[in-house]
Ligand binder design. Structure first.
Ligand SMILES: [Zn+2]
Length: 246
């Protein structure tokens, strides 16, 4: 049975890696029901992960090979409807050392995995659904990250112009971010920078942010001073390249 094999493999990997294990350990999947077509969906989980080898960018995206960002909103592989995975009815799960809440159905052995939503699907979803602020921020933030993805590993060069819908997404996202929280202030300043509104960016970052956000804020301030609009990786090299942020 696929699930049991996965659990055993996970436990073996954890054992082989020892107490200071650096590997990400996948958890048992949870089977849920698509609210659109009522077919089964497989939600992947992890038992443990870490930030080894992680890369962070000025727009807040973190890519961590040992801590994957499983999407909370994903297209059903059967009907394509976007599903908030934690809201889909749970059909089966098994906790470690606990009995399954129901019997495993052999029909779930070959479920297709949830795909990642496209930028267009997210933008359409955000503009055609009445969402809570928290959900709308999630959707618009992911759409922004997808728009920035082609530029993440480019050392030089500027971005092509934002499309009208991409720009509207950034304006809408910025309006949803409560700047009392430093993380949101950093995101809003980065949006201003990427849209070329450098004075607004610098104003939003005129006060020092908390320790966790300040390193990124320094890079954003320096990039804004250089009138750069492209997303950048947060690392010391970014500070060096931007000159006055050292
Ligand atoms: Zn479906």
């Amino acid at each position: 049975m696929k699930t049991i094999t996965r659990i055993l493999l996970s436990l073996c990997l954890g054992h082989l890696m020892g107490a200071g294990a650096l590997a990400m350990i996948p958890g048992p999947p949870v089977i849920r029901e698509c609210p659109g077509c009522h077919q089964a969906l497989e939600q992947l989980t992890i038992l443990s992960g870490n930030l080894n080898g992680a890369k962070t960018w000025t727009d807040g995206k973190v890519m961590a090979p040992m801590l994957p960002d499983f999407p909370l909103l994903a297209p059903c592989p059967h009907c394509g409807v976007l599903v908030w995975i934690y809201e889909a009815r749970e059909l089966w799960r098994k906790g470690l050392g606990q009995p399954a809440t129901s019997e495993w159905n052999e029909a779930w052995d070959h479920l297709k995995l949830l795909a990642l939503p496209s930028e267009k699907a997210l933008l359409d979803y955000a503009t055609t659904n009445k969402l809570t602020t928290e959900k709308e921020v999630y959707v618009r933030l992911r759409a922004w990250w997808l728009a920035n993805d082609p530029y993440r590993f480019k050392e030089d060069g500027d971005r092509l112009a934002w499309s009208e819908v991409q720009r509207a997404n950034l304006v809408a996202l910025a309006s949803l971010l409560d700047t009392k929280q430093d993380h949101n202030r950093h995101l809003k300043a980065e949006i201003a920078r990427e849209l070329g509104n450098f004075a607004e960016c610098e104003k939003l970052l005129s006060d020092e942010l908390n320790e966790k956000c300040e390193q990124t804020a320094k890079i954003i301030r320096a990039l804004a001073a250089n009138k750069e609009t492209v997303v950048r990786e947060v690392r010391k090299a970014s500070l060096d390249r931007s000159g006055d942020a050292k």
